[in-house]
Design a protein around this ligand. Structure first.
Ligand SMILES: [Zn+2]
Length: 378
């Protein structure tokens, strides 16, 4: 294992942050997996999973079990980790730009299209190598204008040529779930089983340029753009990436993190990155995948005290009361019921128990698409 520190752009005199990555295995020997945690810096379960996974990967390396390569970035957002306001962590949006740390990643398919057009051939594997080289060159020449851009560039430099990418997040209060593009579902079905996902949310493209989708979207979007330009060269889906939501923000415990690290190690065995021991049996799926466009974000039209009647993990029917919003100051007491408008698993709830008009209550994984446009929240 090699530990490497990557300096970010210094935004101010006397200030210099670094990103730390652990490199396991041998580059080019087999599949490459990139795993990062806590890109939203207050989402800490992944950081603890990375701590336990690192021990397991070090042991696998000592035992000679590596058949490929793993890059593990246990704290992917040193900028967000340092942001605090009123004694609270503020790791989702950068203070300087108000940008979400997991949006606005560059469209690498568009960036390399022109260079790729004349040099694609008939060999799919060679085309993958060519595209990875072009993307690597494009990232290398990218001159970041800010500390935030330098973070995005460094994360992509480490991950752009990976076969599998796991971006470890969590929700506020939630059960285990994951997001992925439809093109990536088959390689991640074993991971969903091993982690015991209670919801799997698939989209063709969520929008907004999140980290995971820029890496997997590169391939199907570039393949479509080549086809549109009349180039028939084969270009497979060379990267599958997923955002794993490791339950809720408070679910930081050794018991859960060890369990999740073990599941990820088992996934690495399934993916052929690790060998030297029997591939573990896959447990049954704990849910059916549903479209992200079918996920209902529950909102309250009125302000008040938020009291949940349902808990994350509950299976709801249309009309079930998820929560009540209570105005204790009204002349006659007002209790507003927030009801499920789709059936499915109530997979995430907000943390705060006071809600403003239009505020978000939680999310239900419904089976039927009904949304369009940008599918991710703020
Ligand atoms: Zn997140």
């Amino acid at each position: 294992m090699q530990r490497t520190e990557y300096p970010l752009l210094s935004p101010s005199l006397g200030s210099q942050k670094t990103l730390v990555a652990f490199h396991f295995g041998v580059a080019g020997a087999g599949p490459k997996v990139y795993i990062q945690a806590s890109l939203h810096a207050e989402e800490l379960p992944g950081m603890l999973v990375a701590h336990h996974l690192r021990e397991r990967l070090e042991a696998a390396e000592r035992a000679g079990h590596f058949r490929g390569e793993v890059i593990l970035v246990p704290a992917a957002n040193p900028i967000g980790l340092s942001q605090r306001l009123d004694h609270r962590a503020m790791g989702r949006f950068e203070f300087d730009t108000a940008q979400n740390f997991n949006r606005h990643y560059p469209d690498m398919a568009a960036a390399v299209l022109e260079a790729a057009l004349p040099i694609m051939g008939n060999d799919a594997g060679a085309n993958v190598d060519t595209v990875r080289r072009l993307v690597g060159q494009w990232l290398t020449q990218w001159q970041p204008a800010s500390e935030l851009e330098s973070l995005r560039r460094q994360l992509l430099l480490l991950s752009h040529d990976a076969d599998l990418v796991l971006d470890l997040h969590c929700d506020t209060e939630a059960v285990m779930h994951l997001y992925s593009e439809e093109a990536c579902w088959a390689p991640f079905e074993p991971l969903a089983r091993l982690l015991g996902c209670r919801a799997v949310l698939l989209a063709r493209e969520s929008g907004g340029g999140p980290f995971d989708e820029r890496l997997s979207g590169l391939w199907w979007q570039l393949a479509a753009a080549l086809k549109n330009a009349g180039v028939t060269a084969p270009l497979p889906q060379a990267c599958a990436s997923t955002t794993v939501e490791l339950r809720g923000e408070a679910d930081v415990s050794h018991k859960l993190a060890r369990q999740d690290a073990q599941a990820i190690e088992a996934f690495l065995l399934h993916a052929g990155v690790l060998g030297g021991q029997p591939t573990p049996n896959l447990p049954p799926m704990a849910c059916e995948p549903t479209p992200l466009a079918g996920s209902q974000t529950l909102r309250s039209p009125v302000p008040g005290v938020l009291v949940f009647l349902a808990r994350p993990g509950d299976r709801l029917s249309v009309g079930d009361v998820v929560a009540e919003v209570i105005d204790p100051t009204a002349g006659s007491a007002r209790v507003h019921a927030v009801r499920a408008e789709v059936q499915g698993v109530f997979y995430a709830a907000v943390r705060e128990r006071y809600i403003v008009a239009g505020g978000e209550v939680g999310k239900i994984a419904g089976p039927t698409p009904f949304r369009s446009g940008d599918l991710l929240g703020a």
